[in-house]
Write a protein of this length. Structure first.
Length: 363
C-alpha cells in the first residue's frame, strides 16, 4: 500500500479510495484480491486465462459509463476503482438469484470437489432469495455415465466454463466442450458419449475446479453418509518423483478421498488418475497387516517380525555369498511413504553396496 500523503506513481491505482501499487499485466481483480478486497467470482480459476463469464466481479471505474469485469480488465495507472457500491452489490445479488433459481440444488456435499462450495458460500453471504426467478431450468445430467470416478450432474451447471477450460488449458486433453445456446446449453464430450469413450484421462481437474458440484468425485461421495465432519491433511503423493501436494480427506479414522493442493508448488492443483483416485488399497481388506513366511508345506503363514527379518537376512546372505552383491536388486513401492523410499535406497546402497535400486512407479 502507498501512504495517503504520497502522490500516485505510474504504477498505482485508487482502489476504494486507497492507493495501491500494481505490477504490469495485473488485472483489477488480481490487485483487489491481493489487497484483501472482497470481489466475488464463480468463473475465475487463478491457473486459467481470465474469462469473464459470470460477471459477478464487475466494478465501477471513474469515467466509464458502465461497470466492467475486474478479472478481464487490466489495471492502468490513474484508475479510480470502486469494488463495493450499492449498485454493484445489487447487481451481484440479482445475478446470484438468477443462478440459484436455475439450479435444482444449491447445497451439495463438500466431498464432491475442492471448489464445490463456492456457489453455496456466495448465496449465503448475499442472503439470496433462491426462488425469486423460479421457472425453466437448464442442464441435462448424465448420471448414466458408468465411469467409476466422475459424476456428471449437469442440473447444477452454471456454464462458467471452468471445467472446459481447465481440461484444455491445463491438461491439453480437450475432452469436454460446450454445445448449444441458452437453456439448451450443455457440457458434453465429443459425439455426446461417455467419458470413457472420450479423450478424458480422469485426472479429476474438472471435478476440483467446479464451483457448484455439477461434477463430483464419485469415490469420495461414497462416504457422504458417514458420521462426523471431514478433515483435510496436507501430504505429498507417493506414486512418483514429481512430488505433487495433495490433501487427504478423512472422516474419523477412515480415508474417504483425495484432493489436489491448488497451491502445491509442483502440481498447482493437478493430479494424475492414480494420485486422485487410487487410494482404496489403504483400507483394503486384503492389505497385509503382519509378515508372512513360506513354510515347509509351501504355504504362507503369519510370523512375528523377528522371525521374518531373520529369514530375509539369511536369504540375502546366501545370494550374496553365491552370486555377489550385484545380484541384489531393490524395487521400492509407489504406494509407500517417502520415508520408506528413502530407507529402501539407503538399505540397498549402504547395506549391500550396490546402486541397483528403482521404483515401481517410474515409467
Amino acid at each position: 500500500m502507498i501512504p495517503k500523503n504520497k502522490t500516485r506513481t505510474a504504477t498505482s491505482i485508487s482502489l476504494d479510495g486507497m492507493e495501491v501499487e500494481f505490477d504490469g499485466g495485473e488485472t483489477i481483480y488480481e490487485v483487489a484480491k491481493r489487497s484483501a478486497k472482497k470481489v466475488p467470482t464463480l468463473c475465475h480459476d487463478p491457473r486459467l486465462e481470465a474469462f469473464g463469464a459470470c460477471r459477478l466481479c464487475v466494478v465501477e471505474i471513474e469515467g466509464m459509463p458502465n461497470p466492467v469485469a475486474a478479472c478481464t480488465t487490466p489495471a492502468t495507472s490513474g484508475m479510480a476503482v470502486k469494488t463495493c457500491t450499492e449498485a454493484i452489490e445489487k447487481h451481484r445479488r440479482t445475478l446470484l438469484e438468477l443462478i440459484a433459481s436455475e439450479n435444482r440444488e444449491n447445497e451439495v456435499s463438500e466431498l464432491r470437489g475442492h471448489s464445490s462450495q463456492e456457489l453455496k458460500t456466495l448465496l449465503d453471504d448475499y442472503g439470496v432469495q433462491k426462488d425469486r426467478f423460479a421457472g425453466r431450468q437448464s442442464g441435462i445430467s448424465n448420471k448414466a455415465d458408468d465411469n467409476p470416478f466422475i459424476l456428471r450432474d449437469y442440473d447444477l451447471c452454471i456454464s462458467c466454463y471452468r471445467c472446459v477450460r481447465v481440461c484444455a488449458e491445463q491438461e491439453g486433453d480437450h475432452a469436454i466442450t460446450m454445445i448449444n445456446r441458452g437453456f439448451e446449453k450443455q457440457i458434453t464430450t465429443e459425439f455426446d458419449g461417455n467419458l470413457k469413450e472420450s479423450a478424458c484421462t480422469f485426472c479429476g481437474q474438472c471435478v476440483q475446479t467446479c464451483p457448484t458440484g455439477a461434477l463430483g468425485d464419485r469415490k469420495a461421495m461414497r462416504s457422504e453418509s458417514l458420521p462426523g465432519g471431514t478433515e483435510k491433511t496436507r501430504t505429498v503423493c507417493p506414486y512418483c518423483g514429481v512430488g505433487c501436494s495433495m490433501d487427504l480427506l478423512t472422516k474419523e479414522d477412515r480415508l474417504v478421498g483425495v484432493q489436489p493442493a491448488i497451491d502445491g508448488p509442483a502440481n498447482e492443483g493437478a493430479l494424475c488418475i492414480k494420485g486422485q483416485f487410487a487410494f482404496d488399497f489403504v483400507q483394503h481388506e486384503d492389505r497385509l497387516k503382519t509378515p508372512l513366511a513360506r513354510g515347509k508345506d509351501g504355504e504362507l503363514h503369519e510370523v512375528d517380525w523377528d522371525t521374518a527379518l531373520d529369514l530375509a537376512a539369511s536369504g540375502f546372505r546366501k545370494v550374496i555369498e553365491k552370486h555377489g552383491r550385484h545380484a541384489v536388486y531393490g524395487v521400492a513401492s509407489g504406494r509407500a511413504p517417502h520415508e520408506a523410499a528413502y530407507t529402501m535406497q539407503k538399505f540397498i546402497r549402504a547395506g549391500f553396496g550396490t546402486n541397483q535400486i528403482d521404483n515401481c512407479s517410474r515409467a
